[in-house]
Design a protein around this ligand. Structure first.
Ligand code: CO8
Length: 244
């Protein structure tokens, strides 16, 4: 299990290009490290991230934005195979909210606030806020959040299905780590294929998704972990998964 902490506390972890580049590189490194089976991504108690760095963005032209191509970083993060658990306390706004939705599960503190306030800046979400949010919480709430910029509470986010659980603020990181440890105890190869298959549901028809799931299911019978998992069940012992 590995933990990455976004660390620009004075700017509420505003996601400037440098921070996103470092995050991408750290995630790629952890994805390639066999010792790591799950990743926790957090901010601090006050903010997960308050969005893209407005000060860095404010003076840019459309062509600057095109040339900077910041979303290629997001595309790389999207391809991380290992599960990423967001540990969220305080603000998760704009790009910060979008980053939590790029993660696979979200553990939130009671003080967490999720929002897409880009509309108040005269723009719209650019890293999935109109798409992943709508799929997660449905049209009514997504439309309200994107059109008014209203922040929702952890309670509302939980009711709407955006997050996995709400925990007392002092426990937001430790509970996320606990969840990551639970996932890390499973077969790493099965976990990766499971993540891939769940994500497939977002951009395929049911038939295509079922087909994809079935192929991954069959493929896992080529792994030592499948033999070990089923053998351990029959021998009534804890499996020792190796990720092969
Ligand atoms: N960018 C740059 N600086 C920020 C940001 C930000 N997004 N958010 C906060 N800060 C800075 C503030 O300017 C302030 O700095 P300073 O002390 O130098 O003035 C410091 O952080 C503390 O902030 P506040 O004093 O404002 O703290 P408050 O507790 O009063 O308010 C809020 C907290 C409500 C979170 C408020 O700071 C706020 O509204 N922030 C902006 C939220 C926002 O609009 N986010 C969306 C940004 S646009 C976006 O994310 C587009 C996504 C596109 C793709 C993503 C690419 C990465």
């Amino acid at each position: 299990m590995a933990h990455i902490q976004l660390n620009r506390p004075k700017e509420l972890n505003a996601l400037n290009l440098e921070l996103m580049g470092e995050l991408r590189d750290a995630l790629k490194q952890l994805d390639a490290d066999d010792q790591v089976r799950a990743i926790v991504l957090s901010g601090n108690e006050k903010a997960f991230a308050a969005g893209a760095d407005i000060k860095q963005m404010a003076g840019k032209t459309a062509i600057d934005m095109y040339n900077i191509d910041q979303f290629s970083t997001w595309d790389t993060i999207k391809k991380i195979k290992k599960p990423i658990i967001a540990a969220v306390s305080g603000f998760a706004l704009g790009g910060g909210c979008e980053l939590t939705m790029l993660c696979d599960m979200i553990v939130a503190s009671e003080t967490a606030r999720f929002g897409q306030p880009e509309i108040k800046l005269g723009v719209i979400p650019g890293a999935g806020g109109t798409q992943r949010l709508t799929r997660a919480v449905g049209k009514a709430l997504a439309m309200e959040m994107v059109l008014t910029g209203r922040f929702i509470t952890a309670q509302e986010a939980h009711q709407a299905g955006l997050i996995n659980r709400i925990v007392p603020t002092e426990l937001f990181l430790s509970e996320a780590i606990k969840l990551a440890a639970e996932v890390a105890a499973m077969s790493p190869i099965a976990i990766k294929m499971a993540k891939e298959a769940v994500l497939k549901a977002f951009d395929s028809t049911l038939e295509e998704g079922l087909h994809f799931e079935r192929k991954n299911f069959y493929l896992l019978f080529a792994s030592d972990d499948q033999k070990e998992g089923m053998q351990a069940f029959m021998e009534k012992r804890t499996p020792d998964f190796k990720g092969r």
